[in-house]
Design a protein around this ligand. Structure first.
Ligand code: SAM
Ligand code: DTB
Ligand code: SF4
Length: 323
């Protein structure tokens, strides 16, 4: 039986199990709710890059760090929709638009809502990540047809103050509560490889799993190295097997959530990614770019899916079997 609330000890015990035991358990949970051969494809575009007032120590787009990323204005709606059409032609079923803001300004809202409506009209699921939101902003985005809002908890409560000081994890959780209350599906996950401990990684998963309900979508990012950021001095290479273990724990703690292998896939071999899919990951970003950093080429992903016998298609959890 799945406990109603997960504890750090329970997550640690899962993580520490012999790999065959952990994988067997994760696969059972995965198969109960999802087709294990289906992987969701989402594509990203940065609709407003750089110059961000927040000081997130991992990010290329913070105005606090010298990373060489130039600040841009908010993209025109037509240009965003051209990118969305390209993503759809490349097989994506979800289109995620990211802006380097602390939160959207009133003057930005109509333009972002037009982007969401246009993406929906193309037959894609729409996701945006714009920073902190008020309930009224959630209502406006929901009215435009938004399916998902991405807002990551990023790391554990204990490690969070080491990676950002201009906002707190509680600020992040407050926005997530507004998104949930406004009827928009929640996409929230975090980053590994910033120098945090395994206990921090597990605490992040426990925090996500104990949200009620847990996020529908959980992106797990391996930190994409950005020269000039504070995290560059703190980073630690992530062992791919340790990452696969984390994916398996995420799958067990959040059986009905889509778990996305997000940033950092180009640092993983085909074999390491295969281990993550076996552990219950069932979503990837497709397309050459994430926001400011690269992603495996579409052809490489098509080859990988063929090699593993996986299909890129939309995924939805089945209802849980009666207890
Ligand atoms: N400004 C908004 C916010 O912070 O919510 C949206 C954009 S922000 C770039 C989205 C997420 O990307 C962050 O929360 C973080 O988890 C992830 N991210 C940012 N830089 C990254 C990096 N270098 N490597 C891996 N993930 C990263
Ligand atoms: C998420 O968790 N990962 C994506 C998406 N949400 C917006 C962003 C990854 C960014 C990687 C670094 C970059 O390209 O700047
Ligand atoms: Fe700004 Fe988001 Fe980057 Fe933080 S993660 S600096 S809020 S763009």
């Amino acid at each position: 039986m799945t406990p109603a609330r997960w504890t750090q000890d329970a997550a640690q015990a899962l993580y520490d199990a012999p790999l065959p035991e952990l994988m067997f358990r994760a696969q059972g949970v995965h198969r109960a709710r999802f087709d294990p051969c289906a992987v969701e494809a989402a594509s990203l575009v940065s609709i407003k890059t750089g110059g961000c007032p927040e000081d997130c120590g991992y990010c290329s787009q913070s105005a606090h760090h010298k990373t060489g990323v130039a600040a841009t204005k908010l993209m025109e709606v037509d240009n965003v929709l051209a990118e969305a059409a390209r993503a759809k032609a490349g097989g994506a079923t979800r289109f995620c638009m990211g802006a380097a803001w602390r939160g959207p300004k009133a003057r930005d809202m109509d333009q972002v809502c037009a982007m969401i409506a246009g993406v929906k009209a193309l037959g894609l699921e729409a996701c945006v990540t714009l920073g902190m939101l008020t309930p009224a902003q959630v209502a406006a985005l929901a009215g435009a047809g938004l399916d998902y809002y991405n807002h990551n908890v990023d790391t554990s409560p204990a490690f969070y103050p080491r990676i950002a000081t201009t906002r707190t994890l509680d600020d992040r959780l407050e926005t997530l509560a507004h998104v949930r209350a406004g009827g928009v599906k929640v996409c929230s996950g975090g980053i590994v490889g910033m120098g945090e401990s395994v206990a921090d990684r597990l605490a992040m998963l426990v925090l996500l799993a104990n949200l009620d309900p847990p996020p529908e979508s959980v992106p797990l990012n391996m930190w994409n190295e950005i020269a000039g950021t504070p995290v560059a001095a703190m980073q630690e290479k992530v062992d791919p097997v340790a990452f696969a273990r984390l994916v398996a724990v995420a799958r067990i703690l959040m059986p009905a959530s889509v778990v996305r292998l997000s940033a950092g896939r180009h640092a993983l071999s085909d074999e390491a990614q295969a281990l993550c899919f076996l552990a219950g990951a069932n979503s990837i970003f497709t397309g050459d770019m994430l926001l400011t950093t690269g992603n495996p080429a579409r052809e490489a992903d098509v080859r990988l899916m063929a090699r593993l016998g996986l299909r890129l298609e939309a995924v939805t959890p089945r209802a849980a079997a009666p207890a």
